[in-house]
Each structure stands twice: as structure tokens, then as C-alpha cells.
Ligand binder design. Structure first.
Ligand SMILES: C[S@@+](CC[C@H](N)C(=O)[O-])C[C@H]1O[C@@H](n2cnc3c(N)ncnc32)[C@H](O)[C@@H]1O
Length: 170
């Protein structure tokens, strides 16, 4: 009986993970070590405002940002229940919090830095949403560019895919 319950729970968890990945066009795969390093290089360690990780997955990048900027408030927003639950339960510093839901339903204009690792269709929606951002807000995107905004910098990290990281200023 216990075996059956565990089997059913595992099946439901895997199905939920797959369904959310298909719906949002991206799995909760974390940014590579090199990509995280490059992103951190572009956020000052003494920054004191708000940073949001759009689609925080298991919380890998958000945790790195919270440790890198101990005086900042870091927030991860994740729609997929399992990664959100794991990031929420995993020990994290007090300047980091996780919200569950679609980031398109949240106001982003209180953040001065937004980071993301998403997919092309999400970047199209975000480009529209970013019109509400406060002037000076910095957006850093792993792998995927905004369709029609010129980045202020682009770096390729030295991983297997020569992954681009894009920086934008609003
Ligand atoms: C590739 S992971 C990135 C995880 C983390 N940001 C990192 O870089 O290590 C992308 C995550 O974005 C989430 N996601 C995609 N679209 C979303 C949306 N509209 N609202 C909330 N989460 C979303 C996916 O569920 C997935 O877990």
C-alpha cells in the first residue's frame, strides 16, 4: 500500500513537472556555474535595493544573488509547484524570499535588477511588461535576448554552448 502511494505521488510530481515545463516552454534547469558567475559580476555586491529572479526554478541563481548581495532584497518568482516548493524549503538567507505564481501577474517595478533564464516566447511577453519598469532598471538574461531591445552588453561564457548573457538598461 505504501509503495502504491509513493508510486502515485512520484508519478504526479513528474507529470506536474512535465506539464509546467511544456506550458511555460522551459524546464527548471538551473543556470550554469559560469553563467551565474557572469551575472554576479554585473550586480554590485553592496547593492541595497530589490532583485527579482523571473522563473527562479529550484532557487539556484536567487540563492547565489542573495549571498552575493547581503544588503539587497532578493525575490524568486516561480510558477511550477515542485521547484517552487523545493526552493522554499531549502535553507536560504533571510534576504531571499520565494513567491509562487506567474511573474507576468506581478508588478516588477519595485526592482532595480531583474534576472532571468527563460525561452524566446517568454522574452516576447516580458518585453511588453518591461515597458512599466522604472528608468535605470537593469535586466540580465541568460541565453535569450529580448526580441527588439538593444542590449548594453553581451558576454559569451566559456561553457559547452558558449552561452550568451545579455544586459539591458531601461
Ligand atoms: C531555466 S529555469 C531558470 C531557473 C533559475 N532562474 C536559474 O537561472 O538558475 C526557468 C524557470 O522559469 C519558470 N517560468 C517560466 N515562465 C514562467 C512564468 N511566466 N512565471 C513564473 N515562472 C516561470 C519555469 O517554470 C522554470 O522553472
Amino acid at each position: 500500500m505504501l509503495f502504491l502511494v509513493v508510486l502515485l505521488l512520484s508519478g504526479a510530481t513528474i507529470i506536474s513537472l512535465i506539464m509546467f515545463s511544456v506550458h511555460y516552454g522551459i524546464s527548471p534547469m538551473p543556470s550554469s556555474r559560469q553563467a551565474v558567475k557572469k551575472i554576479l559580476e554585473h550586480v554590485p555586491g553592496d547593492f541595497q535595493g530589490k532583485i527579482i529572479d523571473l522563473g527562479s526554478g529550484f532557487g539556484h541563481l536567487a540563492r547565489a544573488l542573495a549571498h552575493h548581495c547581503p544588503s539587497a532584497q532578493v525575490e524568486g518568482i516561480e510558477a511550477s509547484p515542485l521547484p517552487w516548493f523545493i526552493s522554499f524549503c531549502y535553507p536560504h538567507p533571510s534576504n531571499l524570499s520565494f513567491k509562487k505564481g506567474d511573474f507576468l501577474n506581478y508588478s516588477l517595478d519595485s526592482a532595480q535588477y531583474l534576472v532571468c533564464y527563460l525561452c524566446p516566447s517568454a522574452m516576447v511577453h516580458l518585453q511588453v511588461k518591461f515597458q512599466q519598469l522604472q528608468p535605470g532598471t537593469v535586466v540580465i538574461s541568460n541565453t535569450f535576448a529580448l526580441p527588439s531591445k538593444k542590449p548594453i552588453w553581451v558576454y559569451h561564457v566559456t561553457d559547452l554552448y558558449y552561452t550568451p548573457i545579455y544586459g539591458y538598461r531601461y
